[in-house]
Design a protein around this ligand. Structure first.
Ligand code: KG4
Ligand code: ZN
Length: 342
């Protein structure tokens, strides 16, 4: 069954057509980064307006590239939670209009469930239970995936998302927006032990995270170093910051993997592209006999394919949403109970 999946939860206008939850016929992603760059972060109102401009074109492209028509779709799926409310509403309105016009079933999908599902699209034999770390500009969430579609949320960030910390630190260092990849690249040339940044909550014994303290520590360090004229190489700052973030992410994920006796770890979200996170997580997981999985980058970042993928299983489990489907800025994933066949 072909499903059109739409995601406008943040700053990407995305649409995709996926067959039976796995075979991606098209995956069109229009990034708004150039629009937001000069503000050093996502401006929600601008994001909504840009989605309005782009959505019809992106959906058309997804349908054309998939070589399909609305007559050949089985359902339309859309991210309706969580995310920027104005941005979500654009996708939801588009999906409802299309479902109504073409008399197709409509499904509202949780964005985080989409991120978790991204690994299922490319790794057919993911063992259960596994621990999934979702790390992006908007989210940091640690979840035990007990079986396809059954989750226990173990913890999340109490303040900034990991990607948000990368983006803010890049701003303090004058590296532009978004900053994750630039810092990742600079860190490869730097000394991670040059500066001792804090690792908040690393020993807290739970699965919660806090990144705002690391971010602020970098900010004070840079201000002080500049005023004293003793600025260390930017590569050392990048490497030291990155190792603080990665240490916390790895420590808590590994602890959860041990506690849940899980055999695998999945990484997803934009920060899952980070080279040190991948390397350090794999090394730590190896010592437990667990394996680390991550999807290709166009499935790590926001996309419509992961939404169409989740929707296939929720459709099979009987989910249908009415045309009064609404968007919500928040949205827990724990209520999901559908099965994802491997
Ligand atoms: O998933 P995503 O595209 O968008 C959402 O936030 O939903 O994630 C974007 C985030 C940004 O904060 C960006 O700086 C970060 O992912 N990022 C990285 C890397 N590539 C992207 N962070 C660390 N290392 C990277 N290589
Ligand atoms: Zn996302």
């Amino acid at each position: 069954m072909n499903i059109l999946g739409i995601d406008t939860s943040c700053d990407e206008t995305a649409a995709a057509v996926v067959v039976d939850g796995r075979e991606i016929l098209s995956n069109i992603i229009s990034s708004q980064i150039d629009l937001h760059r000069k503000y050093g972060g996502i401006v929600p109102e601008l994001a909504s307006r840009k989605h309005v401009e782009s959505i019809n074109y992106i959906v058309d492209q997804a349908m054309i590239e998939a070589g399909t028509t609305f007559n050949n779709l089985g359902a339309i799926a859309v991210t309706n939670r969580p995310g920027l409310i104005g941005a979500l509403l654009v996708g939801v309105a588009a999906a409802k209009s299309l479902a109504y016009a073409h008399d197709l079933p409509l499904l509202g999908i949780n964005h985080i469930e989409g991120h978790i599902y991204a690994n299922f699209m490319v790794h057919e034999e993911l063992p259960f239970p596994h621990v999934c770390l979702t790390v992006s500009g908007g989210h940091t969430l640690l979840v035990e995936v007990q079986s396809g579609g059954r989750y226990e949320v173990l913890g999340g960030t109490l303040d900034d998302a990991a990607g948000e910390a990368y983006d803010k630190v890049a701003q303090y260092l004058g590296l532009g927006f978004p900053g994750g990849k630039v810092i990742d690249d600079l860190a490869k040339q730097g000394d991670p032990s040059a500066i001792e940044f804090p690792r908040p909550m690393i020993e807290s014994g739970d699965y919660q995270f806090s990144f705002s303290g690391i971010k602020t520590a970098v900010r004070y360090f840079v201000e002080k170093a500049k005023s004293s004229g003793e600025m260390p190489p930017i590569e050392d700052i990048a490497a030291s910051f990155q190792s603080a973030v990665v240490d916390v992410l790895v420590r808590k994920t590994i602890r959860a993997t041990e506690a849940k006796d899980a055999r695998a770890i999945t990484l997803t979200g934009g920060v899952a592209a980070n080279s040190q996170l991948r390397a350090s997580m794999s090394e730590a997981a190896n010592s437990l006999g667990a394996k680390v999985y991550y999807p290709p980058i166009n499935l790590c970042t926001d996309n419509g394919a992961m939404i169409a993928g989740v929707a296939y299983h929720q459709f099979q489990a009987g989910q249908r949403d009415a045309l009064d489907l609404n968007a919500s800025a928040a949205g827990p994933i724990a209520e999901s109970q559908h099965q994802i066949a491997s």
